[in-house]
Design a protein around this ligand. Structure first.
Ligand code: PMP
Length: 375
């Protein structure tokens, strides 16, 4: 055996022994999961992750870089991010008397909520299909995850099934994505209120796509003592920053704050987000452009034979292609230089479905041309 192959077989032996211990010690719920997969976009036009395609005008970039000169990297950040929170309160219209908690993306806030209420026999409930991290985080934190299928056809809430599941399982948390990822629709607000009133535990209304939706539960926080509203700056053009915001009653947020790791929002994020929020009008103008382009894209997709494009109040569009053709159509669009997301197989309700993020008008054209060609 050569030295190289001996070294290789040593590595394999080590890996084999490790895998025995891995399955002995890693919790079965974690071992059974797959890590959140993010494909490498290479040079493809990136319409797979609901990002804002726009950057800032150069003078604004220069001004931002200037503010970073004054950031002290040798010191820990303000653990409570006072200045940033004050700005967020104004910009996001956080109601008087409600508190906010910041996370490294809203993902981290979902995890903090779950960790705070996890316990033997407890459940998390969400409609299906919805944002995949609800299920993942429920698994990390040892919950049983209850999913209630949406109505096939329009992805509306199956209210009798939701109410029945809430009554039966008494969930510690219900996650409601408003608008819903991946279907893009905004559920009926009165139905949401009915669910919040029926839920014994917390209800998190996740408004990640609020900038494109024209509705919010933020003003209703005072109406329900079990309601929390979750926001993120990711879809507003700041996905790289990782900043999520949870709004709700202080009594709840004080408890989640105990779980928050110290200094979870770094100096560069605090400084950059404060700066960006001083120029919120730029981000809002970009969101308005994306909303207008979404309507155009939807109209253009709908005239294509064989495509069912669902209405969207978010910055993405879910669409269904002829049965059995999703993998081939996804691959053909990719071969033409555009990366979208295949939802086929993610849930029975998503068979033959693909999801495209609204990009710049040129990116949308490239996507439409690729779709029209393959269809
Ligand atoms: N909620 C929903 C509904 C989402 O779709 C996403 C991201 N795709 C998130 C939360 C997480 O966003 P972030 O961690 O970037 O704030």
């Amino acid at each position: 055996m050569s030295a190289k192959s001996a070294a290789n077989s040593g590595q394999e032996l080590g890996a084999g022994m490790a895998s025995g211990r891995v399955s002995q010690w890693i919790r079965p719920q974690i071992h059974a999961l797959s890590a959140y997969h993010v494909p490498d976009p290479g040079n493809l036009i990136k319409l797979d992750a609901m990002e804002n395609p726009y950057t800032w005008p150069q003078p604004l970039v220069d001004e931002w870089l200037e503010t970073l000169r004054h950031a002290s990297l040798n010191r820990y950040p303000d653990p409570q991010a006072h200045v940033l929170k004050a700005r967020l309160r104004e910009v996001l219209d956080i109601p008087q008397g409600m508190d906010i908690l910041l996370g490294n993306g809203s993902d981290e806030l979902i995890q903090m909520i779950a960790m705070a209420v996890a316990g033997p026999g407890r459940t998390v409930l969400s409609p299906e299909p919805s944002f995949s991290m609800y299920r993942m985080i429920a698994a990390f934190t040892g919950f049983e995850y209850i999913s209630v299928p949406l109505n096939a056809g329009d992805f509306s809430l199956d209210m009798p099934a939701m109410l029945d599941a809430i009554a039966r399982h008494q969930p510690a948390v219900v996650f409601l994505s408003y608008p819903n990822n991946p279907s893009g629709n905004l559920w009926n607000a009165d139905e949401l209120c009915e669910l919040i009133a029926a839920a014994p535990g917390l209800v998190v209304v996740d408004e990640a796509y609020n900038a494109f939706a024209d509705d919010t539960f933020m003003p209703r926080l005072a109406d329900f003592d079990n309601l929390l509203v979750l926001r993120t700056l990711s879809k507003m053009g700041l996905a790289g920053l990782r900043l999520g915001v949870l709004a709700g009653a202080k009594a709840w947020l004080d408890e989640f704050d105990k779980i928050r790791l110290p200094y979870n929002i770094g100096v560069l994020t605090q400084t950059s987000a404060e700066f960006a929020l001083r120029h919120y009008d730029v981000l809002e103008a970009q969101a308005a452009q994306i909303r207008a382009d979404r309507e155009q894209l939807l109209a253009r997709m709908r005239v294509l034979n064989g495509i069912t494009a669902y209405p969207s109040r978010a910055n993405f569009i879910l669409f269904r292609v002829p049965a059995g053709r999703a993998p081939e159509i996804f691959a053909a669009i990719k071969a033409d230089g555009v990366l979208i997301k295949s939802m086929h197989g993610a849930s029975p309700l998503l068979n033959d479905c693909l999801r495209v993020t609204v990009g710049t008008p040129q990116e949308n054209e490239a996507f439409l041309a690729a779709l029209a060609k393959v269809i």
